[in-house]
Design a binder for this molecule. Structure first.
Ligand code: SF4
Length: 441
């Protein structure tokens, strides 16, 4: 019974490491060494690996990864709708899926999604623990049973809110938004009702044993993440982070892979500090951030506020960006929201990878730029992050300008033929080459 972490520490290049090394075009030994040091994870439940999982790595030496949250609520519950959302997220390139369902038959939904999911699949088991019962009723036995069952179903990573402690709760007194994490709020209520410590913290060693058995990766949840920029980097957030640092070490000592979840709502100028302090406290364990959203006032556009924060986060230390959809704070996302959210997060991740100078990160940018300069619309559109949208917009522009051939080979409707600097540029280049005068348009 060896986990990825134990195998890497013993010097073994596992099949998963070899797969990641090929897909990222990096030396297997580098991946192994980073995994052994706890700075990289490959969330891959042994049982999901036996079916359809294509392993993917998360860590600073790799391309920044993106996660899409899907899932039902008690108000909107359709397995088919969730399958469609997952498919759209996969089509536009999400690297992971989290099922956050809280409505309907959770086992059915999870299993239907998992059998169709070729990327790492995560859940927040405390949601199922709490569903259909009052939060006060939960105990260690119920938690153990749910986590063990989901492990056997093949889930690759679990968000475990073990870092919210009873001692942290008084620190929330002056917060604007209190606790915004669903798991964090429910566990805080349980602690206050029973006047006891967080059960996930108390049974943490037991949880490590389950996760190690299936080689599931911990995603240590930040139950006290700030839900308003006014609460960012406050005492409660940092106190929980210190507990997450302690839990990271404990889980790794038991052979478990660990990533750590982070904020939330953070003003742009505090992002660098937030990334650096997590890396310091958690020994470089991959940081998985929700956003961060850099302002609170963009309801309806939070995929943009989170992409702005996501680029800064991935530049300064995060390895994994959880998408935010335009419908964040307003309602359960639909298929179009999921699509927009994944694309926004992918732009954020890619922009950071380019700025970090990751090997090969800007290759596609160069290819597209050359195509754009040559008015090679076919390559230009195909190399775009979202070719479907790019092609649709180009087609509409061609219709506006009366172009019959698609894709067009000349200008577009933005500037018009006479003003098209790209077309004029090609004339200038040609003239320079021929050492001739430019002819009038
Ligand atoms: S018309 Fe303007 S936007 Fe369109 S290709 Fe030419 S320079 Fe670019």
């Amino acid at each position: 019974m060896t986990t990825q972490l134990q195998a890497a520490q013993a010097g073994t290049l596992t099949e998963q490491i070899k797969f990641v090394s090929e897909s990222e075009n990096l030396e297997g030994e580098l991946i192994r060494a980073e995994l052994a040091a706890g700075r990289l994870v490959i969330p891959a439940n042994k049982l999901h690996l036996r079916t359809n999982l294509k392993p993917s790595g998360i860590g600073r030496v790799l391309r920044t990864k993106v996660n899409a949250n899907i899932g039902t609520s008690s108000e909107r519950c359709s397995i088919q709708a969730e399958i469609e959302k997952m498919q759209v997220a996969l089509d536009v390139g999400t690297d992971a899926i989290m099922d956050l369902s809280t409505g309907g038959d959770l086992d059915d939904i999870r299993c239907e999604l998992l059998t169709r999911c070729p990327v790492p699949f995560g859940t927040v088991p405390i949601y199922e623990v709490i569903k259909d019962r009052d939060v006060e009723e939960i105990d260690n036995k119920i938690i153990h049973e749910v986590i063990k069952k989901q492990a056997k179903q093949g889930v690759d990573f679990f968000t475990i809110h073990a870092g919210v402690l009873k001692e942290h709760l008084p620190l929330l007194e002056n917060r604007v938004a209190g606790i915004v994490s669903r798991g964090g709020a429910l566990l805080a209520k349980w602690m206050l009702y029973h006047n006891k410590q967080n059960p996930l913290y108390e049974m943490f060693d037991d949880l490590c044993d389950i996760l190690a058995e299936y080689d599931i990766c911990f995603s240590l949840g930040d139950g006290l993440r700030p839900g308003a920029i006014a609460d960012a980097t406050d005492e409660a957030q940092i106190a929980e982070l210190r507990t997450l640092g302690e839990l990271t070490q404990r889980a790794q000592q038991k052979g478990c892979q660990v990533m750590v979840e982070g904020p939330g709502h953070v003003p742009f100028d505090q992002i660098q500090y937030n990334m650096e302090i997590q890396q310091e406290i958690c020994g470089g364990a991959p940081f998985y951030v929700l956003g961060p959203l850099v302002t609170d006032i963009a309801a309806g556009y939070d995929h943009i506020t989170s992409a702005i924060g996501g680029t800064a986060a991935a530049f300064y230390g995060a390895s994994f960006l959880c998408y935010v959809t335009p419908r964040e704070h307003l309602g359960l996302p639909n298929v179009d929201d999921v699509r927009a959210g994944v694309i926004a997060a992918k732009i954020a991740a890619h922009a950071a990878d380019v700025a970090r100078g990751l090997k090969g990160a800007s290759g596609q940018d160069r290819k597209l730029s050359i195509a754009r300069t040559n008015l090679d619309w076919k390559t230009h559109l195909a190399e775009s992050l979202d070719p479907q949208t790019a092609e649709k917009m180009h087609r509409e522009a061609c219709i506006e300008t009366g172009t019959k051939e698609l894709p067009s080979t000349d200008y577009c409707s933005m500037c018009g033929r006479r003003w098209c600097s790209v077309r004029i540029n090609s004339e200038i280049r040609e003239a320079i080459k021929r050492q001739a005068r430019v002819t009038p348009s």
